[in-house]
Write a protein that binds this ligand. Structure first.
Ligand SMILES: Cc1cc2nc3c(=O)[nH]c(=O)nc-3n(C[C@H](O)[C@H](O)[C@H](O)COP(=O)(O)O)c2cc1C
Length: 137
């Protein structure tokens, strides 16, 4: 059965906390249905899935559109094991066929500024550090 707005709100809050003069749309449905998944099928992703996910991520808001993040795609089992150990042994990291490591990363902007003979020192201040973390998140 298809979810209604009332179903989704009730599932999250135990009861529907808002007046119902609103229509469910796909954006609301995606957000209200969100839950973390920590079990994965043991098979590689289809071709193009990684690129599609990165395109979706790159479409997110980015402070001044600086895109101060990078992502590293990890499929190697031993490497995933080491990353799992660094993350309090979260087993889903090893189990997932693909693990994405999201980095707050000002190095690309540093390279651009340096190649344009601009001083990149301003990148290494608290506000840019925070922006990079928020962009990555
Ligand atoms: C900044 C941040 C860090 C998180 N770190 C982890 C994590 O290390 N491992 C994990 O399994 N989930 C992690 N989560 C997911 C949260 O545990 C999860 O979103 C929260 O418990 C609510 O559950 P839900 O996503 O199913 O609604 C993280 C979420 C955020 C926003």
């Amino acid at each position: 059965m298809k979810n209604t707005l009332s179903d989704l709100l009730s599932a999250r809050y135990g009861k529907n906390p808002v007046a119902l003069d609103f229509e469910l749309n796909s954006t609301l449905e995606t957000l209200l249905s969100h839950k973390s998944i920590r079990h994965y099928l043991d098979k590689p992703l289809p071709d193009g899935a990684l690129e599609l996910m990165i395109a979706a991520a790159q479409s997110a808001a980015s402070s001044s559109n600086l895109q101060l993040w990078s992502v590293v795609a990890v499929t190697d089992y031993e490497r995933k094991q080491r990353l799992s150990a660094l993350s309090s042994n979260q087993s889903q990291i090893t189990q997932a066929p693909l693990f994405l490591v999201w980095l707050a990363d000002v190095s690309r902007l540093d390279s651009i500024m340096t190649s344009d003979n601009l001083d990149p020192q301003g990148l290494y201040q608290l506000d840019l550090f925070l922006i990079a973390i928020i962009d990555a998140a």
